[in-house]
Design a protein around this ligand. Structure first.
Ligand code: PFF
Length: 464
């Protein structure tokens, strides 16, 4: 129960041969890169539009700051406090104790998420290419085009593999030369594209109606199941519960401020999610008779149509808008897959003493295999069901509904119930060098609110 009673101060060592993020900006951009992903741009806007607009946003933001941010902070404490991968972290902080199971769960969860997430990322890569090749032109049945593509036995897999290789390239280059360097390039480009697209979208004729659809608060639609899905979305969107951010935090320096970094990541992630709605719905509502639909249909079926129709008088602008939108989605997906890959790579690299490059190859190969099964579940393997689900849905269900919430409960309980309070406070305040406003509230959230809140949602999900 009591850890490091006499040694609760932070390690004097700032970096070791594991690599370190060189700057605070790198810390925030890499962590925000993990958080900002398909979940923000693809899933969040439709959830908001269908589930009560601003009312949903309020519930969502409450979950982000009251539940997900405490879990993120707990991950930061575990990561920087141990300077090890997720499994190594529990081995260091709780030697010989069963907590290590939470570490293994995180690695498995990271691999499963990467396997199904890379399917959609592969679709995005394909649509980016199609968009720049000017093949998403008017007069096509975009639903038929999409169905034909995803049910093809090898084409989506080829794009998925290409995407995994891009991820592999960055991760295998290491923490500073790979993850930090590319996050520092990709995240500013991503944010710039968002600003340009928001400005462009808000000048479209459907802007008023689109914003009304997105923001009109309708509390009657916020049912229990909507509240639960807002919480699931908050967890997924902030990448918490599987130790991915703990792995990133293990590369933080000892003067990296944990609380303000977590806060900045949460703000940035929520902002991108909301602004994505500002891009999508004004465009959709600019086309008469167009209804926003949920899931893959929105991005791969509705939007290509919208880009053509809304810009029919200015095709060049439509071409640029479309291209920039898919690049945005691609960058968001890539910075997220890098973090999932790194969680497993760091574990294999440190646990089995393989070089980083070799460890990355192992992870990429596993994800290629499992990922191909997920991709095939839309086509030739659509009949293969486990617990009534194809591979893609099964992996999605197992991670988002099961492993991530369970991970969130274990992570917060570990930090507040197992670790020495002084050790946690030393981490959060950088050995007392920082004055953290609301520290007691944060500790309360980590100790009680996060595990109990997530626990209720988790039990509810299992019961259904
Ligand atoms: N946060 C990412 C998104 O919103 O798309 C998804 C994600 C990334 C989940 C990393 C889990 C993870 F470890």
């Amino acid at each position: 129960m009591v850890f490091l009673l006499n040694n609760y101060k932070m390690s004097a060592k700032d970096s070791n041969d594991r690599g370190t993020f060189g700057s605070r900006l790198g810390v925030v951009l890499a962590s925000a890169g993990s958080a900002v992903g398909l979940g923000n741009i693809w899933r969040f806007p439709t959830e908001v539009g269908n589930n009560g607009g601003a009312a949903f946003i309020m519930v969502y933001l409450a979950f982000v700051f009251l539940l997900a941010m405490p879990v993120m902070l707990a991950e930061f404490v575990i990561g920087r406090g141990s300077k090890a991968n997720t499994v190594g972290a529990y081995r260091t902080l709780a030697p010989g104790k069963p907590w290590i199971v939470a570490g293994f769960m995180g690695v498995i969860c990271g691999i499963l998420v990467l396997s199904f997430y890379s399917v959609v990322a592969g679709w995005t890569l394909h649509y980016t290419v199609e968009s720049f090749a000017n093949r998403l032109t008017a007069g096509q049945d975009f639903k038929a085009v999409f169905d034909k593509f995803v049910t093809n036995p090898w084409k989506p897999i080829a794009f998925q593999m290409a995407f995994l290789l891009m991820t592999h390239f960055v991760v295998s280059r290491g923490v500073e030369r790979g993850i930090e360097r590319y996050s520092k390039i990709m995240m500013p480009v991503l944010l710039l594209i968002i600003v340009v697209l928001v400005c462009c979208s808000l000048t479209m004729p459907g802007a008023g109606e689109g914003l009304q659809f997105l923001l009109h608060p309708d509390f009657s639609r916020v049912t229990t199941s909507v509240v639960l899905s807002a919480m699931g979305q908050a967890f997924f969107s902030l990448s918490v519960g599987l130790g991915c951010l703990a792995t990133y935090a293990s590369y933080f320096k000892k003067d990296t401020p944990l609380v303000s970094s977590a806060f900045n990541v949460c703000v940035l992630d929520s902002l991108v999610a909301i602004l994505s709605g500002f891009i999508i719905f004004p465009a959709v509502f600019s086309v008469p008779g167009m209804a926003p639909n949920a899931g893959p249909g929105l991005v791969y079926i509705t939007l290509p149509h919208v880009f053509n129709e809304a810009f029919s008088a200015m095709p060049l602008l439509g071409y640029l808008f479309s291209g920039m939108f898919y690049v945005l989605l691609l960058l968001a997906a890539l910075t997220s897959t890098i973090s999932m890959h790194e969680t497993a790579t760091a574990f294999i690299h440190e646990n089995y003493h393989l070089s980083r490059r070799k460890a990355a190859v192992v992870v990429t190969l596993i994800c290629m295999l499992l990922g191909a099964a997920c991709s095939l579940s839309f086509g030739p393997w659509s009949e293969i069901k486990i617990w009534n689900r194809g591979f893609f849905d099964l992996f999605d269900f197992l991670t988002a509904k099961f492993l991530m919430p369970l991970g969130g409960i274990l992570i917060t309980m570990f930090v507040e119930w197992y670790l020495d309070r002084r050790f946690v406070v030393a981490q959060l305040t950088n050995d007392g060098a920082l004055k953290v406003r609301g520290l007691r509230v944060l500790l309360f959230l980590i100790r009680w609110v996060a595990p109990i809140g997530v626990g209720i949602v988790f039990l509810n999900e299992i019961a259904n």
